[in-house]
Design a protein around this ligand. Structure first.
Ligand SMILES: *Cc1c(COP(=O)(O)O)cnc(C)c1O
Length: 449
């Protein structure tokens, strides 16, 4: 083990890690980044095929964003956001309202994705209370959902890996069986599906709507569940259902926002406007923690009253609306505008699909290659015919990840799903490297090379 790795393990408790794993696989200490690559202390390059946990958009140490940070630091680093404001936040709020679905009109600031979810849940709950619907105390989510890891966010999530041990600490929520297009119970295909599986959510809401504040969902891609992709028609049905019962459609676009799915926001694929939308991750192009919760005018108005009516939303975070983070977010939007990013990504995502699909179809241990825009995923299975998953104890994905790292590509998997979610600055060369290395690592692990 190298000096910095020893020092690291002496003091640091890493996220989402069994620290004992680091005994024989210590953390890789990164010294610098450039474009889609990061470099360790020995100068070894790694292609960042997961955008450093889904946040990076325009590469590491991007010159334009670096400059925006320096300029903002020289003017104002931070200021209290209650009763005070600043140009970067005002400009960002206006631009975000302009580019998000039409009904979203007001922006509440937070500083990470989970907090944006907490804000969404609290707003929804308080909204209904202030309109007299005091029986509404519950939220609905679908199976395999992920919305972050604070206690409120965990409660609306459904991944046992993160939430099981905390069940007694978290509020009760309703979970409806969600779409599962690879292992569809209805025998449908994703491409031409009318989402009959929506009936599970529909029945639940029909029965319980008097107690329900809202339905929270990751639009089109259930990220942490393994990049599970489902069709837009599901969201159209959800919009209709929420309107029918006057409950909130809460869209968690934290992972899929800012172009990941090929459109700026995933809800656009379905042409729906949610009542509440959460944004973070790509918001600052992978630079700084910042999050937004957007709401409709109608929600905003339910809180707007004389002070003594006590209807204000009393929620705050110390670093709320941080000016440097806002300046970065504005510069990121400038890059989208100036550099035709979504159009260029179209070509990149086509290449990704072209290279991965055929190889996946012929591979003994790959059950499915699925893709939406700049997100692609390979689901590894023990048996292609029965779609039987590998025993999680074998840690197949984790072992393939280690092989790929040796080969210079960072492909951190989700269980046994290897996915591609590269920064938008990847070129054809990097896309080829990413796909070829993934398959080489898979083959090396299974001995199928
Ligand atoms: C990452 C993520 C979150 C949580 O964001 P954090 O900033 O990690 O707290 C919530 N929802 C989705 C869909 C995410 O991918």
């Amino acid at each position: 083990m190298k000096y910095w790795q020893q020092k690291d393990l002496q003091y640091i408790w890493h996220p989402c890690s069994q620290m004992k794993d680091y005994e024989d696989f210590p953390p890789i200490v990164i010294e610098r980044g450039e474009g889609p690559y990061i470099y360790d202390m020995e100068g070894k390059a790694y292609l960042d095929a997961v955008s450093s946990w889904w946040v990076n958009l325009f590469g590491h140490s991007n010159k334009r964003i670096n400059k925006a940070i320096k300029d903002q630091c020289d003017r104002l680093e931070h200021v209290i956001f209650a009763n005070f404001s600043h140009k970067p936040a005002i400009e960002l709020a206006e631009r975000i309202v302009q580019i998000t679905p039409a009904e979203l009109k007001k922006v509440f600031f937070a500083d990470n994705g989970s907090s944006a979810i907490e804000v969404a849940l609290k707003l929804s709950y308080q909204y209904h209370r202030q309109r007299g619907a005091v029986a509404k105390t519950k939220f609905v989510a679908i199976t395999d959902s992920y919305h972050g890891e604070t206690l409120g966010a965990l409660a609306v999530g459904d991944l046992d890996l993160y939430s099981r041990i905390f069940k007694k600490l978290t509020m009760k929520t309703y979970k409806a069986l969600g779409p599962d297009c690879y292992r569809c119970f209805y025998g449908h295909r994703r491409e031409d599906c009318c989402a009959p599986c929506f009936e599970n959510l529909e029945k639940l809401v029909e029965k319980k709507h008097r107690e329900i504040c809202g339905v929270i969902i990751e639009p089109l891609i259930q990220g942490a569940a393994g990049m599970k992709i489902y069709p837009p028609v599901y969201l159209q049905k959800l919009r209709e259902l929420c309107s029918r019962y006057h409950i909130h459609f809460i869209a968690d676009e934290i992972a899929v926002g800012f172009g990941r799915t090929g459109k700026m926001f995933a809800c656009e694929h379905a042409g729906v406007s949610p009542d509440i939308m959460c944004l973070s991750k790509g918001l600052t192009a992978g630079y700084l923690p910042l999050a937004l919760t957007l709401v409709t005018e109608e929600i905003y108005q339910a809180f707007y009253a004389d002070y003594t009516e006590m209807k204000a939303f009393m929620h705050s975070h110390s670093y709320t609306g941080n000016p440097i983070a806002c300046a970065v977010a504005n510069e990121s939007l400038n890059i989208f505008r100036d550099e035709n990013v979504l159009e260029k990504n179209l070509h990149k995502s086509r290449l990704m699909g072209l290279l991965a699909r055929e190889k996946a179809e012929n591979h003994r241990y790959i059950g499915e290659f699925r893709q939406l825009g700049m997100v692609g995923a390979l689901e590894l299975v023990e048996d292609k015919a029965t779609k039987k998953a590998f025993d999680w104890r074998k840690r197949v994905g984790y072992n393939i990840y280690k092989i790929a790292l040796e080969k210079g590509v960072l492909l951190r998997p989700l269980g046994n799903v290897i996915y591609f979610m590269p920064p938008y600055v990847v070129g054809e060369k990097e896309i080829e490297l990413m796909i070829n290395t993934a398959f080489a690592a898979i083959d090396q692990y299974f001995g199928t090379d």
